[in-house]
Design a protein around this ligand. Structure first.
Ligand code: NAD
Length: 462
């Protein structure tokens, strides 16, 4: 696998200040496939200075030119999509077809949507006797996780560039090769030097330095709620803008009138996809008491078909974490119907697709984000009970509702404390706002709402 031994700063690959490196490991066979620099606070400072220096010219670039760069970026991502998919598969372990359609495909759609938005967004409007200008927020510090390594970066970089911001990205330490490939794509797309910068490194070192840097105007973070809380505290103390996309524990609510087999099968597929490492996964399936055992049987059959085809989780640490949750589920009295803590293979960070029944709302596996291929099935007595359980966690990122009648599903979805709900299996929309209620985050990504995070208004009165 190709890797750069430098950091992409001010339009070129430059040596890091220190000599420390991060080894990138293939989670399927545990082999080291690359080494990247472990950037330090000094590197972050160099990158932020480059972004600051590039800001005035980029912010003043006509939106049509920014749209042209984003179109070029989208085109490079299209041209290099096979390489992107292979790189994601190598460092994340996702099966290649999933990397091709989702890990490479979704960022292409998102980059394309921002090329269009940059060209069409109204950056100046009239409000009575005022002209309101939508101006870029400034220098963005972006910190991203490994679960969708390219999507998480593009969901921040594309709107930042469309808005006229410049940016420094600190990608996850487990998946830096995809980030380096993206930096090559930005370069090839002709984005001016300093507008986009990449500092690979460890979270508590490079990530923290970026979040704390006094010359960063907006910190945009995607990751765990624990780290997000720290970043929010730092940003708050500095009165700095912050966007947080955090964890989730979403409910898949199957109402009595739903097509049970469809709801269960799609629900299981949703949890198993990307080996359960999806923040918006519907990891709590809620089924009416009368149809509970039927649903458990269907889910068990659906999950058992996956075997080790879902791919491993990203790292040994993540594997240990997920296995720990499975053991905790057993200890708290949940009924294991498929899978378990024993790994599906001896080598590689595999976790068996796992389904727990007889899960009650207060159990740890029903409350905490597991981030692995583990489905919990809970029973409810009536609709009010279902709503209480669905809303009964600290999270509120996503969810699903199934009913025989769409109106019935919508009425229930409107009462859920969560940022997005799929109705009867509705498809992902890369232009719809994505983000959390409650402790799932602050702010929204994607589409016009995502663009707004990178803009601030200035009103001129006449
Ligand atoms: P993480 O919080 O451990 O790491 C995320 C990023 O933060 C990484 O780049 C890491 O290096 C960096 N980081 C770690 N400590 C830091 C610190 N002290 N200061 C600054 N940066 C630091 O999360 P993860 O394990 O990589 O990702 C999984 C989590 O991300 C899950 O909780 C998942 O739900 C969440 N997630 C949320 C969304 C969303 O859109 N809401 C999307 C994907 C993932």
């Amino acid at each position: 696998m190709k890797s750069h031994d430098g950091l992409y700063i001010d339009g070129a690959w430059r040596p890091a200040a220190g000599r420390d490196v991060i080894e990138v490991v293939n989670p399927v066979d545990e082999q080291v496939i690359g080494r990247v620099p472990a950037g330090t606070a000094e590197d972050v400072d160099t990158a932020v200075r480059a972004a600051r220096a590039a800001l005035p010219a980029w912010a003043a670039t006509p939106p049509a030119e920014r749209a042209a760069r984003l179109t070029a970026l989208r085109d490079v991502l299209v041209a290099r999509k096979d390489e992107i998919a292979e790189t994601v598969t190598a460092e994340l372990g996702a099966p290649l077809p999933f990397s091709q359609t989702v890990h490479a495909g979704v960022p292409i759609a998102v980059a394309g949507s921002y090329a269009e938005l940059a060209a069409t967004h109204v950056f100046e409007e009239r409000v009575g006797n005022s002209t309101v200008h939508h101006e870029p927020v400034g220098v963005v510090g972006a910190i991203t996780p490994w679960n969708y390594p390219l999507h998480q970066i593009v969901a921040k970089v594309a709107p930042a560039l469309a808005a006229g911001c410049t940016i420094v990205v600190k990608p996850a330490e487990d998946t830096p090769l995809t980030a380096q490939l993206f930096a090559e794509a930005v370069h090839e797309a002709g984005v001016p030097a300093g507008v986009f910068n990449l500092v690979t490194g460890l979270g508590p070192v490079a990530g923290q330095a970026l979040a704390e840097h006094p010359d960063v105007d907006l910190v945009s973070f995607t990751g765990s709620t624990a780290v997000g809380r720290k970043i929010g505290t730092v940003a708050g103390a500095a009165v700095k803008k912050v966007a947080l996309e955090l964890g989730g524990k979403s409910a898949n609510v199957i109402l009595p009138s739903a097509d049970l087999a469809k709801a269960v099968n799609v629900g299981v597929a949703n949890v198993m996809s990307n080996s359960g490492q999806t923040c918006s996964a519907w990891t709590r399936m809620l089924v009416h008491t009368d149809r509970y055992e039927e649903a458990v049987e269907l889910a068990a059959a659906a999950a058992a078909k996956y075997g080790d085809r879902i791919g491993p989780v990203v790292s040994a640490r993540q594997q240990a974490r997920v296995r720990g949750y499975i053991e905790q589920g057993l200890a708290e009295g949940a009924r294991l119907v498929v899978g378990g803590a024993e790994p599906a293979r001896e080598t590689g960070y595999f976790v068996s697709p796992t389904v727990f029944a007889d899960v009650t709302p207060e159990m740890t596996i029903a409350q905490e984000e597991i981030f692995g291929p583990v489905l919990t099935i809970l029973r409810y007595a009536d609709e009010e009970d279902a709503l209480r359980i669905a809303n009964g966690t600290v999270y509120g990122l996503a969810g699903a509702v199934w009913a025989g009648d769409e109106t019935e599903a919508v009425a229930f979805a409107r009462r859920m404390d969560t940022g997005q709900v799929d109705i009867n299996g509705g498809r992902f929309n890369p232009s719809a706002p994505f983000g959390g209620y409650k402790q799932s985050g602050v702010g929204r990504e994607l589409g016009a709402h995502g663009l707004a995070e990178y803009l601030q208004t200035k009103s001129l009165q006449f």
